[in-house]
Write a protein that binds this ligand. Structure first.
Ligand code: FES
Length: 101
């Protein structure tokens, strides 16, 4: 779900771009964060807690809480709420702490 109109705020939406989330092609817009594009596409679970494996999603949306850590283009621990979406990005739910090969 996206806010299309707002009585106070103006949205300067960029062009539509495609990205891959867990093997599925989704659409977002230039200038929005990965997490915002996922949320708009109906994806509410961005990861899971380390020990109890409870679902985690959008929380602070300003890069402070780490609730939105995901694997982006093979790189783990990316804060998707403050990372801009790019054409062709591959975004995956991260399992555990994430590891670098
Ligand atoms: S939602 Fe808090 S760091 Fe991204």
């Amino acid at each position: 779900m996206r806010i299309e109109e707002h009585p106070i705020l103006k949205f300067n939406r960029g062009k539509e771009i495609k990205f891959i989330f867990n093997g599925q092609e989704l659409c977002g817009y230039e200038g929005e964060s990965i997490a915002a594009a996922l949320h708009a596409a109906g994806v509410m679970v961005l990861g899971e807690s380390l020990f109890k494996h409870r679902p985690r999603g959008f929380y602070c949306a300003i890069g402070n809480c780490s609730s939105c850590l995901m694997v982006v283009n093979g790189e783990p621990n990316v804060r998707t709420c403050i990372t801009d979406l790019e054409e062709g990005m591959v975004v995956e739910i991260q399992q555990g702490k994430g590891s670098i090969l």
